[in-house]
Design a protein around this ligand. Structure first.
Ligand code: MG
Length: 374
């Protein structure tokens, strides 16, 4: 990675990445990326559990099956594999890329067709998506404020700060006073607060006074009830990330009032069919959605950019250019951002819109498995 990334759950300075290259019977290929990380600190899934789940259960289900459309893959997997959503998503999303190549249309256009909301509004995908930057935890409020100022002037549309108890109010206040009141500012706690701790509640309520657009996932990764109680105490919208594992958790969130914004990561919810269902439900419920990041390479980013081009994505995503995360990305056309914080959606070609640097991927591959249809 270009620099270490420090969150409430630890420091990441290199990334193990699980990639798939999927070939169909007609000779079309699609690369996709499993977003699971090395350790089960964000999600119960890891690179190794996904490798196992894909090899043992998921790849065999799709390998000899015939699908008329990418939208069918979700149910085929969902009927036979519970959980393991990141592993399922890696295959499921590649099917959408394959279909877009088959039909000669960009992936973003195929997703518009798959979304009831976008299709009904006869909306085309956006040509550009707005991006914000996520800044890791820094040593001092001053160094964080300096970094935030630099990134805001580079064009980012929103600054998100990773926070944890004791590295929160003072840090956020320093950034707010450096950036001024106008730039959207958010925090992401990655589950590090406990609503039984009075000090944590005081800190969260103090954050409430700093004009944040949202407070992301303050409480436990599998919680909706405590978040609902917390949302009632705060004026700032709570945004859920880890707690949203599918449409069912959004339905529960809406009933309970656990949050007012959703961070939608297709890898976390099992792929694009489920993402489109969440997108449509949130659009119908006036819940803003934005696309979070999982320190993806340029391959995973292509899928995120396509999804974020849908109309329900009304907040800037974590869609930073390749250079933010990687010394060298594994795609031939690294993702870039213009001076107004926009990333171009590749609408000029079918598929994911970027070519994989296969020589580089070969170079850095440490383990490989090939699965062949009967
Ligand atoms: Mg998050």
């Amino acid at each position: 990675m270009a620099e270490p990334f420090h969150t409430a759950t630890g420091v990441v300075d290199s990334r193990r990445v699980l990639l798939l290259e999927v070939l169909d019977a007609d000779g079309f290929t699609a690369w996709s990326e499993c977003v699971a990380e090395s350790l089960p600190t964000y999600s119960p899934e890891t690179v190794d559990t996904c490798w196992f789940a894909l090899s043992k259960w998921i790849v065999p289900i799709v390998l000899d099956a015939r699908f008329e459309s990418a939208a069918e893959v979700h149910d085929a997997l969902d009927q036979r594999v519970r959980g393991n959503r990141m592993a399922r998503a890696a295959i499921e999303m590649s099917a959408w890329a394959l279909e877009s190549s088959h039909r000669g249309i960009p992936l973003a256009a195929l997703l518009v067709e798959g979304s009831g909301t976008a299709r009904n509004l006869t909306i085309a995908p956006r040509q550009f998506v707005e991006t914000g930057i996520a800044l890791g935890i820094h040593e001092t409020p001053e160094s964080l404020a300096d970094r935030a100022t630099k990134e805001a002037s580079a064009g980012y549309r929103r600054v998100k700060l990773k926070v944890s108890p004791a590295r929160d109010v003072e840090f956020v206040r320093a950034v707010r006073s450096a950036l001024g009141p106008d730039i959207p500012l958010t925090v992401d706690a990655n589950c590090s607060y406990d609503d039984a701790d009075a000090g944590h509640i005081v800190a969260l309520r103090n954050l409430d006074e700093l004009g944040l657009s949202m407070i992301e996932q303050p409480l436990a990764y599998d919680d909706l009830v405590h978040h609902a109680n917390l949302q009632r105490l705060l004026a700032t919208p709570v945004c859920l990330d880890e707690s949203i594992t599918g449409t069912a958790s959004v339905e529960q969130m809406l009933v309970l009032g656990s949050a007012r914004i959703v961070n939608l990561k297709p890898g976390r919810v099992g792929g694009f069919r489920e993402s489109l269902s969440i997108h449509d439900l949130c659009a119908d419920s006036s819940i803003p959605v934005w696309c979070g990041g999982m320190l993806e390479t340029g391959i995973g980013r292509a899928y995120n950019v396509a999804l974020a081009s849908l109309p329900g994505f009304t907040e800037p995503g974590d869609l930073s250019p390749s250079s933010r995360y990687w010394q060298r990305d594994i795609v031939v056309q690294p993702w870039t951002m213009d001076s107004t914080g926009r990333v171009r959606v590749p609408l000029d070609r079918p598929g994911i819109g970027v070519d994989v640097d296969e020589a580089l991927v070969d170079d850095i591959t440490v383990r490989r498995a090939v699965f062949t249809a009967k």
